[in-house]
Ligand binder design. Structure first.
Ligand SMILES: [Ca+2]
Length: 256
């Protein structure tokens, strides 16, 4: 399952996405964090205000939910001549900058990136334009299509509502080359026997969502008289080429 690690202290900061198995232990988790940041000293791990102190407990026993954020409070080792291990996939890493060892460690987070994962919660829309006439009222049957590059996903249809609540979750992978692309959310009114009517759209630059942060807000729908869509978009840097490969496979299987 996917979880997020938010690192504080030790000259390190940022959020990583990590893939864990339910049977992984807290010690396994710590090893994965150390693999991301050689030389990191993990002081404590917290999830939802609880400390994860039992290293032999599994992720499941520790009640870590998928897509939850684990806070990692870190220090650094003293750097006294200890050489950080070279990752096996070092041929994929960008060149390491020259500088004192302390600086090298601080730059690791920015230097090693395999793209980003965007977790988009389509929460609701409000004040949509009515597209259908019923006997005594007007309404719509809204649904949304989310698109990012070649990745597309579609929400459920909420019948006869101008303030639909979906509360659906979608995941997108964005490679470093796609960092200028847009996430498009296009709302439609479902119809039978004729073409669906557009309810407006919004294009969101992926670069407008800072790494390691969640942006939760209403976006005004374009090309329509009125209406807004409420999204919560979480962006995390991928620090593992294996996780990137898993996401690329998922993306291919979803490709249109
Ligand atoms: Ca309709």
């Amino acid at each position: 399952m996917l979880i997020f690690i938010k690192i504080f202290g030790g000259g390190l900061s940022g959020t990583h996405a990590l893939e864990l198995a339910n049977t992984d232990t807290i010690l396994d988790l710590k090893k994965k964090i150390v693999a991301l940041h050689p030389g990191i000293l993990i002081k404590r791990l917290l999830v939802g205000g609880r400390q994860l102190s039992n290293e032999s407990a599994t992720i499941e026993e520790s009640q870590v939910q998928k897509e939850s954020t684990i806070q990692c409070f870190a220090g650094k080792d003293d750097g006294s001549g200890v050489q950080a291990p070279v990752p096996a996939d070092s041929d994929e890493l960008p060149p390491v900058q020259d500088g004192p060892p302390g600086l090298l460690r601080q730059n690791t987070l920015q230097a090693v990136s395999y793209g980003d994962i965007f977790v988009v919660r389509l929460i609701e829309a409000r004040n949509l334009v009515p597209m259908d006439e019923y006997d005594d009222f007007q309404s719509s049957d809204p649904y949304a299509i989310l698109a990012l590059g070649s990745q597309q996903a579609r929400s459920a249809v909420i019948e006869k509502s101008l303030d639909p609540r979906w509360d659906e979750l979608f995941g997108f992978y964005v490679s470093p080359e796609e960092s200028d692309s847009n996430l498009s959310v296009i709302c439609w009114d479902q119809d039978f026997g004729k073409a669906d009517d557009p309810e407006g759209f919004v294009d969101i630059k992926v670069s407008s969502i800072p790494r390691g942060e969640t942006v939760d807000r209403y976006y005004k729908l374009q090309d329509v008289a009125h209406g807004e869509v409420h999204l919560s978009i979480k962006r995390a840097a991928l620090s593992s080429p294996q996780l990137r490969d898993v996401l690329l496979k998922v993306r291919c299987s979803l490709g249109h």
